[in-house]
Design a protein around this ligand. Structure first.
Ligand code: KIV
Ligand code: ZN
Length: 523
């Protein structure tokens, strides 16, 4: 007999996008959804269509482009939300409406301003209405761990009676502990299955106390058949349950959990890298499963052990999660054929124009760096090909002067259409001076919200990868990356890519954060 399935419900594009400063464009959402499909997730929560027209368009685009997983749209327990979600999901091969409210008194009194009875009535109405649009309806009540447990039971059992086919149990503020959370899940599961034995129990955990994965796994141990999670654990505050952690725990400890998944684990690393690049949220080196050090052995005793027998210190193999081997693969004499083959082996199926851009960048890099590793290739392709913005303005050249005895000074020439402008500026450091010079040449001021730099590999001639987050005068923000062996050039590339993203937004488009009234977007 087959083990029971745990469905992976990915919410990177909805809850994950609620990470401070993260906002995916429509193309980026589709790109991530396609990768999630390759990864084999069962359900993709593609957005909250009522939030804005752009959000609804993103959900509709994913429905058109991604056909294997169920595509889910979020809706409050309001008629308008449910109807908007249903419209956005119309083109899906399989769709789900996820309607949610809150369960705790603090949410009901201060945020929703509803009595328990009003809230219950709205929840039942919402589930019934959602069922008129699709047979697949999920119901959630936020903040289960701080809720009155008798009210919680009543709310969930009424939602199942009204036709909810999945009940999701969210520890919205990451307050619960594994044993306590398992108790809540067990009680709700027993009551729900008494009404509908086919109902799926789902867990949705947040990481405020660092317990998101532990709590989700505790839920699985008492019968949850769905885990809601986000790639790299991105999301509100400390984030959501990290998809890669819960997946590898269930697989590596299959002997303990006795569950089955539909996930292709060899796609985990690539998915993590894509989400990191497009969200601008760097993966910490010691992050479980996908961090740069997750499979690195430093101590002599550990290295000795692993060389003698890998399993002495490794419970998973890097290739199981798709970590590329860091061997030297290509150099400046390698041609198009070799590059195409290597990119295909790394899982990049590029269109001809994208491939030509990748080849151009590869040749530039090969002139400066002796051996190009798989990690280098992944960095240039992800940041400058897959996530590239249309080039509204071009940086023709720049010069930077810096050192211990000079005032950092930069000159940059930028071309917009057929107009070129050269400007100079001084700043607190070379990057500051350069960004000021670029702003002057572009003729607009951008606010630098975030800047980070990392070395892609460990060598002295390593590729530097810069991530920047910018805001324009209209309050719209963008994130972009740039890579080069010269960190000032990487900084310039990242800045220009972020500027181009902002300049290619439709005229007058609102700041993503401003499109939903405060308190309504943060669900
Ligand atoms: O954390 C939460 O409670 C949520 C719900 C919308 C499920 O994200
Ligand atoms: Zn959440």
């Amino acid at each position: 007999m087959q083990e029971p399935l745990v469905r992976i419900f990915d919410t990177t594009l909805r809850d994950g996008e609620q990470s401070p400063g993260v906002s995916f464009s429509l193309e980026e959402k589709v790109e991530i959804a396609r990768q999630l499909e390759r990864l084999g997730v069962d359900i993709i929560e593609s957005g909250f269509p009522q939030a804005s027209a752009g959000e609804a368009a993103g959900v509709a685009a994913i429905c058109r482009e991604v056909r294997t997983p169920v595509i889910c749209g979020l809706a409050r327990t309001r008629r308008g939300d449910i109807e908007t979600a249903a419209r956005a999901l119309e083109g899906a091969a399989r769709s789900r409406i996820h309607t949610f409210t809150s369960a705790s008194r603090v949410h009901l009194e201060h945020m929703l301003r509803l009595s328990e009875a009003q809230n219950l009535e709205m929840a039942v109405e919402a589930v019934r209405l959602a069922r008129t649009h699709t047979d697949d309806v999920e119901f959630s009540a936020q903040d289960v761990a701080r809720a009155d447990q008798d009210y919680l039971l009543e709310l969930y059992t009424e939602a199942v009676r009204a036709g909810a086919t999945t009940i999701n149990i969210p520890d919205t503020v990451g307050y619960s502990t594994p044993v306590e959370f398992a108790g809540i899940v067990r009680r709700l599961r027993e009551a729900a299955e008494a009404i509908n034995p086919a109902v799926v129990i789902s867990v949705h955990t947040h990481d405020d106390l660092g317990l998101a994965a532990a709590n989700a796994l505790a839920g699985v141990e008492v019968g949850a058949g769905q885990v809601e999670c986000a790639v790299n654990g991105i999301g509100e505050r400390a984030g959501n349950c990290p998809l890669e952690e819960v997946v590898m725990a269930l697989i590596t400890r299959q002997d303990h959990y006795g569950r089955r998944l539909n996930i292709r684990t060899t796609e985990l690393y690539r998915t993590s890298q894509l989400v990191s690049k497009l969200s601008g949220m760097v993966v910490q080196p010691n992050k479980a499963i996908v961090g740069a050090h997750a499979f690195a052995h430093e101590a002599g005793i550990h290295q000795d052990g692993v060389l003698k027998e890998r399993t002495t210190y490794e419970i998973m193999r890097p290739q199981d999660v798709g970590v590329p081997e860091s061997r030297l693969v290509l150099g400046k004499h390698s041609g198009r054929h070799a590059l195409r083959e290597r990119l295909l082996a790394l899982g990049y199926h590029l269109a001809d124009t994208e491939f030509e851009r990748a080849f151009g960048r590869f040749k530039e890099l090969a002139d400066k760096k002796r051996g190009i590793t798989d990690a280098d290739l992944a960095a240039i392709v992800q940041s400058e090909v897959v996530a590239a913005a249309p080039e509204v303005c071009r940086l023709d050249y720049f010069h930077v002067l810096s050192g211990t005895t000079v005032l950092p000074t930069a000159t940059a020439r930028v071309t917009v259409g057929d107009v070129s402008r050269q400007e100079s500026a001084t700043g607190g450091g070379p990057v500051d001076a350069l960004y000021l010079a670029i702003d002057r040449a572009v003729g607009q001021e951008f606010r630098l919200l975030d800047y980070s730099l990392r070395a892609v590999t460990g060598d002295r001639d390593a590729l530097g990868e810069v991530t920047v987050r910018l805001r324009d005068a209209a309050g719209r923000s963008s994130i972009a990356l740039g890579t080069s062996t010269d960190v000032i050039e990487a900084s310039a590339r990242a800045y220009m890519a972020a500027v181009n993203k902002l300049l290619s937004l439709p005229e007058g488009s609102a700041a993503p954060e401003a499109s939903v009234p405060a308190g309504e977007r943060q669900v």
